[in-house]
Design a binder for this molecule. Sequence first.
Ligand SMILES: Cc1ncc(C[n+]2csc(CCOP(=O)(O)OP(=O)(O)O)c2C)c(N)n1
Length: 652
Amino acid sequence: MAESVLDFFERNVFGEGEAKAFPLLHRIDSPRDVKDVPFESLPQLSREVRDYIIQTLSRTGGHLGSNLGTVELAIALNYVFNFLNDRVVWDVGHQAYPHKILTGRRQRFDRLRQYGGISGFLKIDESPYDHFGAGHASTSISAALGMAVARDLNNEDHACIAVIGDGAMTGGMAFEALNQLGYLKKRMIVILNDNDMSISANVGAMSGYLNQIISGQFYTRTRERIEKSIKAIPGIGDSIAKRAHQLEHIVKTMLVPGSLFQELGYHYVGPINGHHVDQLVRVFEQYKNFDGPVLIHVRTVKGKGLPGAEEMSETYHGVKVGYLPKRDCVEPADKPKSKPSPPSYTSVFSKSLIQLAQTDKRIIGITAAMPTGTGLDAFGKQFPDRYFDVGIAEQHAVTFAAGMATRGLKPVAAIYSTFLQRAYDQVIHDVCIQHLDVTFCIDRGGLVGADGPTHHGVFDIAYLRLIPNMIVMSPKDENELRHMVATAIAHDGPAAVRYPRGSGIGTSMDEPMAHLPIGRAEVVRQGSDVLLIGLGSMVNYMLTAAERLAEEGVEATVINARFVKPLDLATIANHLPENGAVLTLEDGCLMGGFGSAVLEELHSAGYHDVRIKRLGIQDQFVTHGDNKTLHRIQRLDADAVYRGVQELLDLR
Ligand SMILES: Cc1ncc(C[n+]2csc(CCOP(=O)(O)OP(=O)(O)O)c2C)c(N)n1
């Protein structure tokens, strides 16, 4: 009988079998060991690293496709450079698993993204080989350039390298940094890891340009265009064109691949095959000490080496535990027989928007490189002319939406909470000051689990509620999300709907979608001993806690705030218990957040006798791990509410 995946791993990957299954890799405990691998054995090491990732991720989940594409790159970099001295910045850091495995973290790799285990991204405090942490895209060239400038000012001597994907290259910051590096002409290497994919297919003119370089079309097309123009010159065009072979030489030198980068001041190298480790090593050796900016254009394949993953790279960008497909020796993990889960907030948002857009042609869907993550892909299929994927360009997405709003359209920018941080000035300066009708559908509000601090959406409530003209709301369940999407779009001005990652609670859906009264809360339970005010899905924890408290004779009123701004002070004030005990709960930062809003507004209105306990995210960056554990640690669950009330009422 074939053994299970987990048994297979225990035996072959993490147990005694490791030495046999990974004869080169199991000896690598630091980059020094990489340098000891014979040059001709580097392809074998690449196979082992790739296999190690494929098998480990079946237990941990994580960014699979991107990491299968960077195996040779990480090996060649660690083979040629000395990263105790040289500096490397991996953009986003989601593709740096091979780098982690080679830099002393192989033994801990099976705890990837788990609570207490290693991070799925690079972290400056996790290893001396992680020179710059990230999680958001397009920062690598700026950071590496900062390091290069520091090196020169400090009279040091080392390489500075940025590894950036073609997806991350669509971000404005990447261009800002390229611009400055081309001007400063610092000794620095930019490695463009070009796999023609972001999470979804890459978009934009730069992506088209890179493709032309790779296929040689840039040169051919431009030559054809020049030839056509010459022929069109009246009288002499044909005879000049006949002598075109002389011209061809001139044109060719002008149009070598990468001429755009050359014009910007870079020495362009490539495109080179990023899966030929020997070739990468030779190129890195050659340009290691090059005195000026070099752009090495490396062509890689997302999902390289895993059947199915290369063809379906979007599906395999990130995988869940147990993804591993059937193999000869490995049976797929037994799938737990679970009840079908309720629809995700993302899919409910997606369907609601499509429904609304069917009758309102002014509605436009905008995503910043996250069509599947935000659910806007379905909208794009239905309304291709009213759908825009702008690339990893949140700032542009917001101002682009603002421009549309000035002309009577109703743009909906669907952006994860954490990524909207990028566009904060645009939200204030381009949308809110001008009171423009842009709707923000903010997915992944709250803690997001395994991706950790760079991805938790915990600042949005605080950073949005202080902006004049902005309306901020959060639904207690997926049904209310539908009404809020409709309400925000109907509202003539800036409005944000913020909802969490994952499934709803399985509630029934009202039809049609209603327009909620702006700034009105909902009282979901009546009691006289304590007032619980929750925001968004946190209200459900409050209801559970209220049931438990009732069993002990404590009756709670529970208010679903719905709106952070405008806050329904009247409803809150009307339900204050005589003892003044109020508890708020939010899955966002406490400082300046929802509880603060309640506290401030009650105080300003003269309610100075209330005793408020606020539960939410403390003044710290929350680590990665499963959301249940993180919620428990941050005191964001029913148990925390129950205990909070006991503390508040001195019942303990
Ligand atoms: C500011 C920001 N927006 C969105 C994302 C989500 N995201 C993570 S990886 C990725 C695609 C990156 O593509 P690329 O740089 O080409 O790397 P690849 O995964 O293809 O190797 C996106 C959009 C992000 N990390 N940061």
